[in-house]
Design a protein around this ligand. Sequence first.
Ligand code: MN
Length: 337
Amino acid sequence: MTKLAAKTTRKASRTKIVCLSHKEDADGISAAALIRQAFGGQSVLVDYPSQMEALEEIANDESLKRLFICDLGLSKKNQDRFVDILAGLRKKRISVTYIDHHDIAPKIRRQLEKIGVVMVHNVNECASVLVYQKFERKLPDHARFVAACAAITDYMEDRPIGSKLLQTYDRQFALISATVLTYNIVSSQKNAEYLHGLVDSLADSKYPHEIKGAFEQARTGVERLAEVMESVKKDLKKTTNFGYVETKDSGAGGAVNFALGLSGKDVGVAYKLRSSHGIYAVSVRGSKDCKVHLGRIVNALASELGGSGGGHNRACGAIIPKPKIKTFLHKLNASIK
Ligand SMILES: [Mn+2]
């Protein structure tokens, strides 16, 4: 191929629409499904440890035309790199839309706006509700249901838009659907094909009860969670300000609400070793009485210890280098009074 031909081919082949979204809960999966419904394209589903690597890979794709990033918060560790990569895409006139509801540094928000990233950012609603609101005209009725389910699983069904969407449906119908979806997602974290299948089904306007085997899989998930509850009861430890547990069999996200509830404290922490990465995946939750912004505290602490983290005021997560976990717990205790 001549140089000119190569250039022409490349220009002509910028056709790909990609949505990079969070794979660990119903909000991220639903946001990916709604973007698919409105724009078509391909979904890339990631957790926080693989977020930046995936973004770099997408950015290197010569056929990329439009990128959506959903339900993926930034941390002090990755926010500058995030801006750099998106600035590179914007220079190539690739359209980038960032739809998120995690705490963001005002400086980073301004930088993203300045380089022309379309920012759909609001900490008061879940990401799927933001997608629904932004692209309502391109979406069928069923998308409202998917967004309402995502709001439930993100504890945001009491928010102005989320609650309006939920009102459309029988409450119990929405609750059981959201819950089955959540159990399916949580128990399939290592099964990328299944997660992509869920995105397909939701984008196809299917309800969770129409997805084959979904209720049975949720039942198995509930059973497993009951076991997690028992092991948290056994292994729970406390500092002055929070209850914490190291999990071996389940993910940290499954155990953390039990660590919060069973400890009687206003903050719960659960962490799990990912030995292949030499890190701990940490989940942190606060009760309604928790007055500090856990996402901001954890973001600062994690980056200080060479990890990363952040999120919401009463729900957040972190990646902490293996040798630093005790320091993390100690400093977290000092930070929440
Ligand atoms: Mn979310």
